[in-house]
Design a protein around this ligand. Structure first.
Ligand code: TTP
Length: 191
């Protein structure tokens, strides 16, 4: 039976799909997250999401596959996951007191159909003290998150304002994805 496959090991993406009532399997795509310096963020997240989905779809052509990728962008600088706690501190110093954008690219592949796109959310941080940044970076929370914070975790304390989809910041714009998946179901019923 055709399945929904999430081409992502991100526990947050699984959590959001589960919350939305989907039954799915998780498959790691093992796609390298490299991109060329200077590539626009929209291109980065859409291409990486497509690479992740394509790698899984190739091995599971009968299934519907969802890939996604999230980056944080501050003044044109693309911040992925920090390399180590010092890198995480440097990212948070940049974001402190400022507005940044979070881009999540997504790609859904179902047979010959491929739907890709992105969602952008603006996030404003309160000014953070050096003590706050250091204490946060002693916890594991920032290490596997783009921009070195988790809006859904203790990083919530940094947030002054957001403009856009909260779930997009967590790694998956679930409302939009649900509409795309529902559209696929309806179009397969019609044909
Ligand atoms: C900004 C932010 C990011 N994140 C997470 C979402 C993503 O999981 C992660 C960015 O890394 P990604 O490379 O998008 O995803 P991933 O490595 O976790 O999973 P995979 O490559 O297998 O798809 O940062 C949060 O959980 N909360 C936040 O507030």
């Amino acid at each position: 039976m055709p399945m929904l496959l999430l081409a992502s090991t991100s526990p947050r993406r699984s959590e959001l799909l589960k919350m939305a009532g989907y039954e799915f399997n998780v498959t790691s795509s093992d796609v390298s997250e490299g991109y060329l310096r200077g590539t626009p963020p929209i291109q980065i997240v859409e291409q990486l999401a497509a690479r992740k989905a394509e790698a899984v779809a190739k091995l599971n052509p009968q299934d519907t596959v969802l890939g996604a990728d999230t980056v944080v962008v501050y003044k044109g600088r693309v911040l992925g996951k920090p390399k180590d706690p010092e890198d995480a501190k440097a990212m948070l110093r940049l974001l402190s007191g400022n507005v940044h954008q979070v881009y999540t690219g997504y790609c859904v592949i179902c047979g010959k159909e491929m739907i890709r796109g992105h969602e952008c959310t603006s996030v404003e941080f309160y000014p953070l003290s050096e003590a706050e940044i250091s204490a946060y970076c002693e916890t594991p929370e920032p290490m596997d998150k783009a921009g070195a914070y988790a809006i859904q975790g203790r990083g919530a304390l940094f947030i002054k304002r957001i403009d856009g989809d909260f779930y997009n910041v967590m790694g998956l714009p679930i409302g939009k994805i649900n509409r795309i998946l529902a559209g696929l179901k309806n179009s397969s019923k019609e044909s």
